[in-house]
Design a protein around this ligand. Structure first.
Ligand code: ACO
Ligand code: KIV
Ligand code: MG
Length: 511
């Protein structure tokens, strides 16, 4: 099976992302992780661009042993010589030099004729080869270059000693079929091309960087360049983790291997995200937070029956990620009960049914149902004695204004089955609710304690209310968690009353 070398440029092209600035210690940490990840080449920076980059490249070249370390240089003697001073410590000194070959870059940016560009490229490669055993030459903006001119200049730089030829899609302009055809054309046209490594370097301006890179592999590329998490200038570079996993999962199709240690994927991605400060979008392939999260009932049911129904990549393949069956408004009974059991609950079918409908009701109102929310909801069912008639809150409404007296109106089904609606006021909203409920409940109720806290996190977190009352000469504690603390308070109050009623009923049944 053919080997595809992975050339990582997170520390050079990746760092060219707007807003990223890594210091030497951070670059070394990333380089060490890239070495563990199994990349073949690490482009550690652009040594001539700043003393900081020079120092980082030099240290990385000294530290990294299992990958080649390279640095970028323009086709300028001083860039090449400066790069040598940084890279000479590497196990196999490797230089990456480039010059643009498209008409627009040659005319407007370089202000050179095509003939001058060929001459500069040849001279730079010859100079580089005096110092470096390995010289990669890149035709910047290759995909907008004249292909006959591209074949001509590549022929000349190979004669001058280039050991790798890179065909960058610098502005993310090409398409998979077109890019593949360009690789085929160069292989069929350029004398001596079989002696060098052919490399692809794609940008994601049209969202095709990974697809273009894979097309290059299908057409003879044996090295792929990119960055971790796809970071890079403008829309970024090809995401290396996506390419490595695609080659693995579709090995049957590509018939290649990359040498990447896939179980280091998640860690590498997280490290780069943390040190660069570039967040990973949740639905990003392979490393996004949701890449292994299933929310809808039909998918969750399929996953529980056989994970291969909806997962082509196992989370274990890429490291520490786990499959997650996220419970939300699209979830079904199978996933809900499975989760409840995994949390240690064992309820009767009836209670599971009630808990599931309470869960659906909550999921309609709350974006994400956390494990804490479920715990509260299922515990409520576990401890509810269902055969005692109790007070049930049908609705609660509070009128509150900074200059009004708070007024509560509650509608409650009493143990007798009667539905009553009562209003009363209080110094605050909660007191108005409690005063109103006191008028509903038969018997004297004295509040001994009342507390509210948040169950989960975020602005839509459940609020949990705990109310301790004295009722029928006994102390009873009630609790409830709802999205609204006023509703939770009313329900907690009635829960305290109901628990006392249930206790009474159980005791009188025993005697
Ligand atoms: C596609 C890519 O990713 S290419 C890599 C891009 N990365 C970077 O540019 C990051 C680091 N760059 C830098 O720090 C600076 O741009 C430096 C140090 C390299 C150069 O800085 P300056 O000397 O101030 O030049 P400046 O950046 O303004 O302009 C670039 C010059 O290099 C020339 N140039 C651009 N590419 C090449 C090349 N491959 N070979 C030779 N000259 C080149 C330009 O024509 C321009 O020359 P001019 O000054 O004669 O007009
Ligand atoms: C320097 C080259 C390889 C580059 O980054 C590009 O053309 O995108
Ligand atoms: Mg690039």
């Amino acid at each position: 099976m053919a080997k595809i070398d992975i050339f990582d440029t997170t520390l050079r092209d990746g760092e060219q992302s707007a807003g990223i600035n890594l210091n030497t210690a951070e670059k070394i940490e990333i380089a060490k992780q890239l070495e563990r990840y199994g990349v073949a080449v690490i482009e550690a920076g652009f040594p001539a661009s700043s003393p900081g980059d020079f120092e980082a490249v030099k240290q990385i070249a000294q530290i990294v042993k299992d990958a080649k370390v390279t640095g970028l240089a323009r086709a300028i003697p001083s860039d090449i010589l400066t790069s040598y001073e940084a890279l000479k410590y590497g196990a196999q000194p490797h230089l990456h030099t480039f010059i643009a070959t498209s008409p627009i870059h040659m005319e407007y940016k370089l202000k050179k004729t095509p003939d001058q560009v060929v001459e500069i490229a040849v001279e730079s490669v010859k100079l580089a080869r005096k110092y470096f055993p390995l010289v990669q030459w890149s035709a910047e903006d290759a995909t907008r270059s004249n292909k006959e001119f591209l074949a001509r200049i590549i022929t000349e730089v190979i004669k001058a000693g280039a050991t790798t030829i890179n065909i960058p899609d610098t502005v993310g302009y090409t398409t998979p079929a077109e890019y593949g055809a360009l690789f085929r054309y160069l292989q069929e046209t350029v004398p001596g091309i079989e002696k060098v490594k052919m490399s692809a370097h794609c940008h994601d301006d049209l969202g095709m960087a990974v697809a273009n890179s894979l097309a290059a592999i299908e057409n003879g590329a044996t090295q792929i360049e990119g960055t971790i998490n796809g970071i890079g200038e403008r829309a970024g570079n090809a995401a290396l983790e996506e390419i490595a996993v695609a080659l693995h999962i579709r090995e049957d199709y590509y018939q290649t291997h990359s040498g990447i240690v896939l179980k280091e994927t998640k860690r590498t991605s997280q490290l780069v995200s943390q040190l660069t400060g570039v967040m990973i979008q949740p639905n990003k392939a392979i490393v996004g937070r949701n890449a292994f999260a299933h929310e809808s009932g039909i998918h969750q049911d399929g996953m529980l029956k056989n994970p291969e129904t909806y997962e082509i990549i196992t989370p274990a393949l890429i490291g520490d990620a786990t499959t997650e069956l996220v419970l939300g408004k699209h979830s079904g009974r199978h996933a809900f009960i499975n989760k409840a059991k995994s949390m240690g609950f064992q309820l009767s079918d009836d209670k599971y049914a009630t808990a599931f409908s309470a869960f659906k009701d909550l999921a309609d109102r709350k974006k994400e149902i956390t494990e804490e929310d479920l715990f509260v909801l299922l515990t409520d069912q576990q401890v509810t004695v269902t055969d005692t008639p109790v007070y049930e809150l049908e609705s609660v409404q509070v009128q509150y204004g900074t200059s009004n007296i708070p007024t509560a109106t509650v509608r409650v089904t009493a143990p007798s089955g009667d539905v009553v609606t009562v209003s009363d006021t209080g110094a605050g909203s909660v007191e108005a609710i409690f005063n109103t409920l006191e008028r509903v409940v038969q018997g004297t109720v004295r509040i001994l304690d009342y507390r509210v806290s948040s169950v989960s996190k975020g602005r839509d977190a459940l609020g949990e209310a705990v109310v301790k009352v004295r009722f029928q000469d006994q102390e009873s504690i009630g609790r409830n968690a709802s999205q609204d603390v006023l509703e939770a308070s009313a329900k907690a109050y009635l829960n305290a009353i109901n628990r006392q009623l249930q206790k009474e009923r159980t005791l009188s049944a025993v005697h």
